[in-house]
Design a protein around this ligand. Sequence first.
Ligand SMILES: Nc1ncnc2c1ncn2[C@@H]1O[C@H](COP(=O)(O)OP(=O)(O)O)[C@@H](O)[C@H]1O
Ligand SMILES: [Mg+2]
Length: 337
Amino acid sequence: MASIRFQGVSKRFGDTLALDDVSFEVRDNAFFCLFGPPLSGKSTILKIILGLETPDSGAVYIDNRPVVGISPAKRNVAMVFQNLALFPHMTALQNVRFPPVERGIAEDIIRARVDAVTEKLHMTHILHKPPSQLSGGERQRVAIARALVRDPVAYLMDDPISALDARLREETRVELKRIQRELGHTLVYVTHDQEEAMSVSDQMAILDHGKIAQIGAPHDLYDHPASTYVAGMLGAPAINLLPAQGAVLHTGRDLPAATQTLGIRPEDLRVSRGGAAQVTAIEPMGATTILTVQAGGSALKSALRGQPDYTLGEQVGLSVDPARLHLFDRTGAAIAA
Ligand SMILES: Nc1ncnc2c1ncn2[C@@H]1O[C@H](COP(=O)(O)OP(=O)(O)O)[C@@H](O)[C@H]1O
Ligand SMILES: [Mg+2]
């Protein structure tokens, strides 16, 4: 088990600055998420932790030991490959045993490690089955077990469940979270799915073109985004961002002079009957209904509980609890309330 620390790490590939002065710390035993759009640098960070890429500048520490220049084998960090990468012609047990067998480790050591890991992962009852007879969550457990028989100091996953369908993804991420809690190993987890990042991580770093936009606990980032970029990355439907000048709704407070943009989460935008705005779309989602409302030049979304009976084209008024407003300046940076 180990902490991992990046200090001012930059990495260039030709003309591309893949990582730009990246610093963060993953605490021992944490479920740490790297979240960002494609090409934002997530996989490059994992490769640098593994030792497959070398930073151009900056330092990387595993358990406070500088590791740049140390070979991947000596770092003992495990990459968990997608569960699709299991060998289909082998049983779960054979899959788990494969890495140490391949490396010629003594049979009694292999057996002891495999027993310890498979018991901890609650999978002794599925060991005789081939991957085709396992559920998505069970296959994920096999893939994790295969990485853990090495007894790594930390394990890494690069978008491990993106290939699964939506329902299976939900099931698998709950399972991953439980496994990580029980195992108590440091996990660095890459995803481009905001719901997944929010639901699994203790801490997350949001990446923007090779830079870290913000780091924190998911609910902190959601409630206190440092920029319009972070605000827009978390939450579905996305936060409403609208010009502060000539505001289309009454905010009930004086705004600092530097305020350029207002941010209002759809669940914070209240709708009432009769007003200057117009309902232009209604999406019933079951637990909530998403109204799109045209107000001045802005199309805003409001997430309402249940199935309110607004009709298309209806005139409505908009309001927001002033305490729930997000304020941003000209550069997109948050202004302290
Ligand atoms: N081996 C490589 N050679 C050239 N460019 C690379 C290489 N690896 C990554 N890049 C570039 O670095 C940037 C970050 O890539 P990556 O870390 O793979 O992003 P992500 O995993 O977030 O999609 C991208 O612009 C990508 O094209
Ligand atoms: Mg990637």
